[in-house]
Design a protein around this ligand. Structure first.
Ligand code: ATP
Length: 360
């Protein structure tokens, strides 16, 4: 048994963040208790809550506290809405990914209530620290420029190191899944000849070390179409930052939407649970958000922690949370779902359903 409490930082975020994070925490607390996993949960300010009280969306004290935790559960942060006087403009989550070198963004997508032959079970392995994202492309400053009043230049960064380690992550995941033993490298090397050329070069190099895994290569536009038409054919997709961001929303759409799409941001030393979706301002505060993505992200974090710490109670809690959430989502009773899935349940009612199943 683990000798000390597992220390997790809880960062609620904006919009529906507090609602879905609180659900995830309730589920986590309940199952950890059942499995005798001691927890220490530390709530830290981030996003508009932090900006409104201390004038910045990612206070240095939050970063310092995060360093002392085993892992972090982050709610969504509003994109493109922070005031320009925020020192952490445009968004704290990009800053966290870069500061802690969370280079791999793992985004599994699984279908619910599907017939066997239509079963979607894929994972997008997205590079997380560079590419077209101007907030993480420069040591100082911002990677978009106005050389004159009618022109914008956007900087894209692709490094050999980042391509190599994301490829290694993808192949390791394909091997451990033991599903289709297939990695699809998604690129646009016919246009982005140098950057995506480098990405492909590294993926091919890593593929040689995994003879039992098939490497497939696909242009991002064509993969986007195949993801819509036959998502069940994919296993592990590896790609650069922006393509991964877009494709994971496409893939989420094939299984019922963003409310079902979890993600883990991970590096060598740290990992952070964070649902794929944003702060969903259109439904914030209404109590109707689907918390599944944040709950499943918490399970991903626990699986990562188990791979580092190796305690069985962490493993069991990860498995319970994932298993019970998927069971509830696979039930035939429409009414118990949240509105995004065609049901009538509130966030709290849906969470209660999961909590009751955990008792069984
Ligand atoms: P942001 O500005 O933070 O990116 P957004 O609304 O542009 O927010 P998302 O938050 O990703 O982007 O939401 C896109 C759509 O998906 C919205 O209509 C939103 O209501 C819906 N949505 C996202 N997450 C959930 C969820 N957990 N439950 C239900 N609907 C959701």
């Amino acid at each position: 048994m683990i000798q000390r409490p597992l220390r997790l930082a809880i960062l609620k975020g904006d919009g529906i963040g507090p609602e879905v994070v609180e659900s995830a925490v309730e589920v986590l607390r309940k199952d950890a208790k059942k499995n005798l996993l001691p927890l220490e949960l530390i709530y830290l300010p981030i996003g508009f809550q932090a900006y409104n009280s201390v004038g910045r969306s990612l206070p240095p004290s939050t970063i310092e506290q995060m360093k002392k935790c085993d892992g972090w559960i982050l709610g969504p942060l509003s994109s493109g809405t922070y005031p320009k006087d925020d020192p952490d403009y445009p968004m704290a989550s990009g800053k966290i990914r870069k500061a802690f070198d969370l280079f791999a963004n793992l985004r599994p997508i699984r279908s619910i209530r599907s017939k066997d032959h239509q079963k979607i079970d894929l994972i997008i392995v997205r590079e997380n620290t560079e590419d077209f994202y101007p907030d993480r492309n420069l040591y100082k400053g911002y990677g978009e420029f106005w050389p004159d009043e009618n022109t914008v230049l956007s900087l894209r960064v692709v490094t050999r190191k980042a391509c190599r380690r994301i490829a290694e992550t993808a192949f390791k995941i394909a091997q451990s899944r033991g599903e289709k033993n297939l990695v699809t490298a998604v690129h646009k090397a016919n246009v982005l000849i140098e950057g995506d050329g480098l990405f492909l070069e590294e993926v091919r190099r890593v593929a040689k070390e995994y003879q039992q895994i098939e490497l497939q290569e696909g242009l991002v536009d064509s993969v986007a179409m195949h993801l819509v038409m036959s998502p069940e054919k994919f296993d592990v997709l590896v790609t650069t930052n922006m393509f991964g961001d877009i494709l994971s929303d496409v893939a989420a759409g094939t299984v019922g939407g963003l409310g079902l799409a979890p993600s883990l941001n991970s590096g060598e030393n740290y990992a952070m649970a964070q649902a794929v979706h944003g702060s969903a301002p259109d439904i914030a505060g209404k109590g109707i958000a689907n918390p599944s993505a944040e709950i499943l992200s918490t399970s991903l974090l626990l699986q990562w922690l188990y791979s580092r710490i190796g305690d069985e109670s962490i493993h069991q809690t990860a498995l319970d949370i994932e298993g019970v959430t998927m069971n509830v989502l696979n039930s035939e009773d429409n009414d118990q779902f949240t509105q995004d899935l065609g049901g009538r349940a509130t966030t709290k009612e849906f969470t209660l359903k999961i909590l009751r199943h955990l008792e069984k």
